[in-house]
Design a protein around this ligand. Structure first.
Ligand code: SMO
Length: 767
């Protein structure tokens, strides 16, 4: 009977494959108007004048709004962190612009093409100020402060724990990670239909309740009057966890005009003005004993946070996240760091799959290889000597992370076996003798996931609820309907939630329907879908609601049938004596007889512990010394996400996450020039890998039971992004015999290093 653990087909797929999906832009509302934002062409400057006359005169234009016309204050950060300087973000820039792409005006027209033409007719005169196009520029003493704060350092935390002396083996390096973006296939969008009694909103969002409360507050309406509905969502990956100024502006415009207004951004807007991620430079000193055991890490972390924080997460996501997990799955006696978030004239840094942890993994896994090189030890052996053992867990790291359970050495061992590490050195040598450069890389990671309200509170992120809710209702048709606060963005939650509910209720999955998320339903409130939380937090709420609903059904059927509840079961649409089909009362009849609300159970789940998924990746690469191309020849993933709900969906999640990790290792980058202009402003320049660049992955799950979540799930969505950067950089370093401490790994660098490698080994002795 159990459906959890089975690859039942995704319910989402059939309508989507048949073109029956309904994304935001497919939502039909009569008389809808179309919004287009005018954006700053320069990175930094004082606004002298904005002339909208020509745009306003274009036939079809209904209104052009500037900052003062909307009656909206700035988005205020919901951040109470003693190390952070909170900065407001204007909905439309006035006085000053702080990045190229910041919205300065909003055009509303009867036709989307007219709105776009009109936006081009708005003239914005700006007195330029120096761009802060890098953290180095923003940190200079003469750099102009971007905000009303004397420096551009808007978060600074110093930390020291442990008392070990530095070891004799010293590895001191600079590591860096480029800016990337989540790039959901469907960009951001919102549709707002105003009415006297309520504002009806459709948004492509991961956080509908946050959007509802933010809109309600900005517009001065009770939150009960703001109904946010989430249609099909074409990917979020963190980018849609935030509430954006554009959403407030569109809602205010709709309210002012008493007309429905829709905004769907294009790819240029998405790349330049949604949010970016990663963007870090780290100066790190790692020390170890001669036998490779870690003694200390000292890290100076600088995060290029862009011009503002994102709402409601703020500007600490990377700067707080990366150093907290830099010790990784290893036993570390002493750790110090300083971490700073530095304001620059770039798009704000926000959430993107893994948030901060891919960079942490990159550093600790490069460090393991560098310690191996410095000590002459085998790199797998260095890891084994430092990894926390299964019996060490639960283990609280120096940064206070309580790794709940797992078997890190087993994950590494499986990955090494899968990739054929044992025989690789000989293969590599033989290939080199033929002028071919092969490399093998490995990376072990541990990740926090599905954090609850206590963690958000400890970080000072008071806009994030940390809990989620589920409402499970038995209808008079005998079907269970599940409403949650967690929209699905493509990851198949309608299927996996149905599986969880079916097992908790003790019914077939076909008897459970998962409904679209809307904040209008039953006063529900919840965090939304991010931080790999759905199976833990949503799953927990579903478990608690279903358990109570099942208890009520058994209790009522026991009364009806005059049988002890313990002797009853739910099966084939009835509650019956165990093993006696047809002996019971149908679910439909129970529902019809019950007083209103009896079979409508809402439960809230707030994860009380953080869960720690982990795993190991290993890959083989071949490097082309002529082109600098890195070909991933083989890739093995071993991971423990706790209970696997649907293996096919888990595999799909991992494939997507690894693809995004590979993109970060080799392809995607959002560079800005010295004037603060984004140089990858379209998909011509932002190199999203296609299927051709992604190898076939071999994915294996391991499972060490955890009691840290009530479903036994640990979260899965993000983990696959953590290790590819490290595993591929290690493999490329291995292939070319040079240190690759920066991503993306550019062909020009690979080519030079590869040719140098081949020069060094011309003649007979290559190793
Ligand atoms: S970056 Mo994810 O949606 O937490």
């Amino acid at each position: 009977m159990n459906t959890v653990g089975r690859s039942i087909p995704r319910r989402e797929d059939r309508p989507l494959l048949q073109g029956r999906g309904c994304y935001l832009d497919d939502v039909v509302v009569a008389e809808v108007l179309h919004a287009r934002f005018v954006r700053s062409p320069v990175a930094h400057g004082l606004i002298k004048r904005i002339d909208v006359a020509e745009a306003a005169a274009l036939p079809g234009v209904v209104a052009v709004f500037l900052a003062g016309d909307l009656g909206l204050g700035p988005l205020l950060p919901l951040l109470d962190n003693p190390d952070a300087v909170p900065v407001p973000r204007p909905v439309l820039a006035h006085e000053k612009v702080r990045f190229a792409g910041e919205a300065v005006a909003l055009v509303v027209a009867t036709d989307p093409y007219v709105s776009e033409d009109a936006a081009e007719l708005v003239t914005v005169e700006i007195d330029p100020l120096p761009a802060l196009a890098s953290t180095a520029a923003a940190l200079q003493s003469e750099a102009p402060p971007l905000h009303d704060h004397p420096t551009n350092v808007l978060y600074e935390r110093r930390f020291a724990a442990g008392d070990a002396e530095p070891g004799p083996v010293v590895v001191q390096r600079t590591f860096s990670s480029q800016r990337q973006t989540a790039l959901p296939m469907e960009p951001r969008g919102i549709l707002v239909q105003p009415a006297d009694d309520a504002l009806t909103v459709w948004s492509s969002t991961q956080s509908p309740h946050l959007l509802a409360t933010t809109l309600a507050e900005a517009l001065g309406r009770p939150v009960s009057e703001v109904h946010v509905n989430v249609p099909d969502v074409g990917g979020g990956f963190g980018l849609k966890a935030h509430v954006y100024p554009e959403e407030l502006a569109v809602a205010a415009a709709a309210q002012a005009l008493c007309r429905p207004v829709k905004w769907v951004e294009d790819r240029a807007d998405n790349l330049a003005s949604s949010c970016h991620a990663r963007g870090q430079t780290l100066d790190v000193t790692i020390t170890a004993d001669e036998d490779g055991r870690l003694r200390s890490i000292d890290a100076d972390v600088v995060v290029d946070m862009g011009a503002y924080g994102v709402h409601a997460h703020g500007h600490l996501l990377e700067a707080a996240g990366t150093p907290s997990m830099l010790p990784g799955p290893y036993r570390l006696p002493a750790y110090r760091f300083r971490s700073r978030a530095v304001a620059t004239t770039k798009a704000p840094l926000g959430a993107y799959r893994g948030v901060g942890l891919p960079v942490a993994t990159f550093v600790h896994e490069r460090a393991m290889d560098l310690i191996a090189a410095a000590t002459g030890l085998d790199r797998a052996e260095v890891r084994r000597r430092n990894l926390l053992q299964r019996s060490d867990l639960p283990f609280t790291s120096l940064t206070g992370q309580r790794y709940d359970s797992g078997d890190y050495p087993a994950a590494l061992q499986k990955a090494l076996e899968g990739i054929g590490y044992a025989g690789f050195a000989d293969e590599q040598e033989a290939a080199l003798a033929e002028g071919r450069l092969l490399g093998l890389g490995m990376a072990v990671y541990v990740e926090y996931a599905a954090v609850g309200s206590a963690v958000f509170a400890a970080r000072g992120m008071r806009g994030l609820l940390g809990y989620d809710e589920a409402d499970v209702v038995l209808g008079s048709d005998g079907i269970f309907r599940v409403w949650t606060t967690l929209p699905t963005a493509g990851q198949g939650l309608n299927t996996t939630f149905a599986q969880l509910a079916a097992d908790d209720l003790g019914v077939e999955a076909e008897r459970v329907e998962v409904q679209p998320v809307s904040t209008a339903i039953g006063g529900m409130r919840g965090n939304g879908t991010f931080a790999s939380r759905s199976a833990v937090s949503g799953g927990g709420a579903i478990r608690e609601a279903c358990t109570e609903l099942r208890r009520r059904l058994l209790e009522d059927a026991a009364d009806e049938l005059e049988v002890a509840a313990a002797d009853l079961e739910l099966a084939d649409g009835e509650v019956r004596v165990k093993g006696a089909p047809g002996s019971g009362i149908s679910l439909a009849d129970l529902a019809k007889k019950a007083p209103a609300g009896r079979y409508d159970v809402v439960r809230r789940h707030d994860p009380s512990q953080v869960v720690y998924p982990y795993g190991a990746h290993a890959c083989r690469v071949e490097v082309d010394p002529i082109s600098g191309l890195v070909k991933i020849v083989d890739y093995v993933v071993v991971e423990d996400c706790g209970q696997v709900i649907n293996p096919a969906i888990a595999e799909g999640q991992t494939q997507g996450a690894v693809a995004q990790g590979i993109a970060g290792a080799l392809y995607e980058e959002l560079p800005y020039d010295e004037h603060g202009q984004l140089r990858a402003a379209s998909l011509m320049d932002y190199l999203v890998p296609t299927a051709a660049e992604i190898p076939l992955l071999r994915i294996e799950h391991i499972h060490v039971p955890t009691d840290a979540s009530i479903t036994g799930c640990k979260g899965l969505g993000e983990s696959g992004t953590l290790a590819p950067g490290a595993a591929i950089a290690n493999a490329v370093s291995d292939a070319v015999g040079a240190e690759c401490n920066t991503t993306p790994i550019r062909p020009s660098w690979v080519r030079a290093a590869a040719q140098e490698r081949l020069r060094r080994c011309e003649g007979a002795t290559c190793r």
